[in-house]
Write a protein that binds this ligand. Structure first.
Ligand SMILES: NC(=O)c1ccc[n+]([C@@H]2O[C@H](COP(=O)([O-])OP(=O)(O)OC[C@H]3O[C@@H](n4cnc5c(N)ncnc54)[C@H](O)[C@@H]3O)[C@@H](O)[C@H]2O)c1
Length: 424
């Protein structure tokens, strides 16, 4: 039964709230930019009375974003953006300590996942905040009448932005959305350094393997793939990259990595990590060619990068849990290991990105939400980049928080770079 003093919620265990609060406060220490924004929001309340529905990974960093939006006056409700990324202690703290309606249980099944999305959609939001576009998709597919009441949204990740752009191209998108992922202060740091480090963290927590000397295959050399490849190499692994884009492949080559096709990589690799935003990157023919003990992990948004139905079929039901977050598929002549059911390994088997990097991503979220509230009336139903002024402000605040001073151009230099007359 829901206590009358608590917001509506569906979470695993309210008793975990104290631990959640401790960990949220720990993360906050690393999030000075968001803290500065929260202090301003408390004074100015730019989101006063705005109903916000959020679908984000329920982590300590997200909790600090929720606190910031609430400080700005938003009436906010949160659902999980992935069934395995929820931290149950954080969900408990959000409800019990911070009064934020939260619908998220780690390990929830598909029906519960969608019931939770519906619960936040039921609040009749003016603003949506998505990580992977599931909430926006739900509103457009199942609740078209509600779409007209939404002022706008924000989207956190690459995959979500790609979906929104596809919706806009089809004329299907019903309100403007800010692509937070496209901010430089988001993807240059979050996707690359945040996912890079936390993917390694997830693989290590799940397996405790030695990476030095291991052959690691990274599929996708976008921002996430670059981060993973660099960090794996830093741990002493031999890294090969699988790419479909010639420029990305060339960049990986010149960064010092082997370039292989998926078919070439399958018998070569020992650890495989996908980060493409695509489907079935490794599939039946690759699993068959992999060596005994091959380890599979995914850091892309959806659990579709590995063809798991094919892997299950090959194992004919011979699947067992060999460690927490590691399943062993017995293919007869060999065994293949899968981490976190092929879901985002960094969030499912570790804690996701470090707070210091989410500080910038979520500063962009908070400022983009404020911008959307101020400007929605003049915007069209399409995908907008984060305004450059916000991106620059986030970088400026982060440097200031780190106590780092920037060089400033002299007047002479400013005149020089603005003029076209001086030459050789
Ligand atoms: N785990 C996390 O916390 C986290 C964080 C940020 C982004 N993401 C997700 O990670 C994925 C990648 O994000 P990104 O920002 O690196 O995207 P990106 O667009 O920068 O890079 C994706 C790369 O994958 C390549 N690619 C596409 N299909 C391929 C295939 N079949 N084989 C090999 N390469 C292929 C593309 O050419 C591209 O270079 C997205 O799904 C994104 O939403 C996850």
């Amino acid at each position: 039964m829901v206590s009358p003093t608590l917001p509506a919620h569906d979470i695993a265990d309210l008793g975990l709230a104290a631990e959640g609060v401790r960990r949220i406060e720990w993360a906050e220490r690393e999030m000075p930019v968001l803290r500065l924004i929260r202090e301003r929001f408390e004074r100015e309340e730019p989101l006063a009375g705005v109903v916000v529905a959020a679908c984000l990974h329920v982590t300590t960093e997200t909790a600090n974003l929720m606190r910031t939006l609430r400080a700005g006056g938003a009436r906010i409700t949160l659902a999980a953006s992935n069934p395995l990324s929820t931290k149950d202690d954080v969900a408990a703290a959000l409800v019990a300590e911070y009064g934020i309606g939260t619908f998220a249980r780690r390990g929830e099944d598909r029906d519960t996942y969608y019931a939770h999305l519906k619960a936040v959609a039921d609040t009749q939001p003016r603003l949506t905040m998505d990580d992977g576009c599931d909430l926006v998709t739900l509103l457009h597919r199942e609740r078209p009448a509600q779409v007209a009441d939404v002022w706008g949204g924000t989207e956190e990740t690459t995959t979500g932005v790609i979906r929104l752009k596809a919706m806009a191209a089809d004329g299907a998108l019903g309100f403007p959305v800010v692509a937070v992922n496209e901010a430089l202060t988001k993807h240059l740091f979050d996707n690359r350094y945040g996912t890079g480090q936390s993917t390694v963290d997830g693989i290590l927590r799940a397996t405790n393997l030695l990476l030095a000397g291991r052959r690691v295959v990274v599929a996708g050399y976008g921002w996430v793939g670059k981060g993973i490849s660099r960090r794996m190499a830093g741990m002493g692994a031999h890294v090969a990259v699988v790419e479909v884009d010639p420029v990305a492949a060339l960049e990986a080559l010149m960064d010092g990595f082997e370039i292989l096709t998926a078919a070439q990589a399958a018998p070569w690799g020992e650890i495989f990590v996908t980060a493409t935003g695509n489907i079935n990157v490794f599939r039946r023919e690759h699993f068959v060619a992999m060596r005994d003990g091959a380890l599979l992990a995914n850091s892309g948004h959806f659990d579709a990068e590995l063809d798991l139905p094919a892997l299950r079929q090959l194992a004919e039901g011979h699947v067992r849990e060999v460690r927490e977050n590691v399943q062993e598929f017995d293919l007869g002549p060999k065994k293949i290991h899968l981490i976190a059911e092929g879901r985002l390994v960094n969030l499912s088997a570790a804690e996701g990105h470090p707070a210091a990097v989410m500080d910038m991503s979520f500063a962009n979220q908070a400022l983009s939400a404020e911008w959307m509230v101020q400007h929605h009336a003049e915007l069209e139903a399409r995908v907008y980049d984060v305004p450059q002024a916000i991106d620059q402000e986030v970088a400026r605040l982060k440097l200031a928080a780190l106590g780092i001073e920037l060089e400033a151009m002299t007047a002479e230099q400013a005149r020089y770079v603005a003029s076209w007359q001086s030459g050789t």
